[in-house]
Design a protein around this ligand. Structure first.
Ligand code: ZN
Length: 180
């Protein structure tokens, strides 16, 4: 009998409603620290194509694009892969790692993304990884609010955006969350 891929890898996560935001992905089995949880898959498109087709994403506060590398973006708008429903948060229990081919000159098209456990995860826990969004646009209080984070962690910064530009906006606009 031919074993299918599905039979070898029983579902370890499931999509459910999340308290954080819309849908989320939850562990069905325990995961050890460092263990691979699920692969983030989807068709690859170029950055130019992503900019053309999804230029409104930054203003909308919602995207299913995953920057794979300098050449390629995973377009999870197409297809129905569970990993795209994983939420971001300020206290992640998982991380997205990009693995390249083990060759001298790895083909960027063959890079693969695995969501891996940052600590041990119990069944029923929501899987969270830091999206690490870094947009090449001017950051404003409005942009931070558009990408609001509602992860509920005591460490929540209030926005999904991270980095220097975010800190600058927060310093200049201490009431950025209230629209000032
Ligand atoms: Zn948060």
């Amino acid at each position: 009998m031919v074993k299918t891929k599905q039979a070898k890898q029983p579902l370890k996560v499931a999509r459910r409603r999340s308290k954080i935001h819309g849908n989320g992905v939850f562990a069905l089995v325990p995961f050890r620290k460092g263990q691979r949880i699920i692969e983030y898959t989807g068709p690859l498109i170029s950055h130019e194509q992503a900019d053309e087709e999804y230029s409104g994403d930054i203003e909308s506060g919602h995207t299913f694009l995953f920057t794979l590398n300098e050449d390629w973006v995973i377009d999870a708008n197409r297809g129905n892969h569970v990993a795209k429903w994983i939420n971001t948060g300020c206290e992640p229990n998982a991380v997205a790692y990009v693995h390249s081919e083990r060759k001298k000159k790895p083909d960027p098209k063959k890079d693969r993304v695995w969501i891996e456990a940052l600590r041990s995860i119990k069944p029923g826990e929501e899987i969270i990884y830091d999206y690490g969004f870094d947009f090449e646009v001017k950051y404003t209080p409005k942009l931070l609010r558009t990408w609001a984070c509602r992860c509920g962690s005591p460490k929540c910064t209030g926005t999904m955006l991270k980095g220097k530009k975010v800190k600058e906006v927060m310093r200049k606009h201490p009431n950025w969350q209230k629209g000032r």
